[in-house]
Write a protein that binds this ligand. Sequence first.
Ligand SMILES: [Zn+2]
Length: 413
Amino acid sequence: MSDVLERFLRYVRFDTRSDEGSTATPSTPGQSIFQRALVEELQALGLKDASVDDHGYVMATVPATTAKVDVPTIGFIAHVDTSPEMSGARVEPIVHQRYDGRDLVLPGDPSAVLRLADNPELANQIGHDIVTASGTTLLGADDKAGVAEIVTAAAHLMAHPEIPHGPVRLGFTPDEEIGRGALHFDVARFGARCAYTLDGGGRGEVESESFSADAMTLVFHGFNTHPGYAKGRMVNAIKVAADFIHHLPADRLSPESTEGHEGFVHPYVQQSGVDRTTVRLILRDFETLGLTEKARLVERLAREAVARHPGARVEIAIEEQYRNMKVVLDSHPEVIEYAHDAVRRAHLDVRSTPIRGGTDGSKLSFMGLPTPNLFAGEHNFHSRLEWVSRQDMEKAVEVIVELCRVWEERALR
Ligand SMILES: [Zn+2]
């Protein structure tokens, strides 16, 4: 299981940032390069059917070893892309051996310092080996930690046919970070009763509740004319959009002011011009009703801003992104229960917190594949201070192997 670190260090060197602006699948060629390398590695491990399909989904099978006939097929899924919000080219991973609570100063940027005071989770990592990037890029533990853990667990199962388990399917998806990870996932071809994404945080996490998510696009239209002759004629869409953003609630309903089960509205991209300014927002809540209320609030604030600028107008579009997976998982309690068993067998405490985001599982659950999320050891994802510990990754491998055992043991025949 110590191979997981070696794999992880190898995988993070692939530049697999996804690109929201691309219509291709995968959205970037770097993901395909990594996926082809994964297929080769899986085949070399003996997973003979490993392949990547036309949409950039790698699937492979660890054949069953059990003598029982009714052991369901289960799956493990991780995404190969990294967030486009932070540079992910030429990642140089650094292993900080035997962490003792010291500040970890990253050599590429002296202002990039991983401190215990800012990262309470580091208190649980004394004596462990912490992996970071060099301070100028993300690390990509989100989700190459998950990929490395699944491949290592598969290698372990292939090397130990005496471990009884049913068929185990592996899936490595593209473009999760731009919300398309499940888009072309062929649930029928995957053919599993349920699956687990390995895309979570600290040791012991089993996540069965995610945000529900919508996106909104506001296009503010103004009127552009030569600024020297604009009196009484120009309507500046940049100022209308700024007025709207200024009126968004600041001390509530924002990412900066919410936690736990609280939702938010979040403007995250703006393309500005006098004639036309586009603002993209995401809306998040654990309840669909809460999303509707937030959409109404955004619409009202946009229309009020427009009303303060005669001659301006706004177009509003809303699109569904994903829904809280809890709705589906509540009717498959064994999927969560067995995950809890596996975590305990790996000598960890089960932790369940609501995911303040979505995973591939949020969509897959609604596509007929109940898919909660397990810890992969990711911390500070999408940041140059991203880190993961070797020991957490090794525990995640152990949990995957134990889960395969639990599903086999619980089958009646
Ligand atoms: Zn992720």
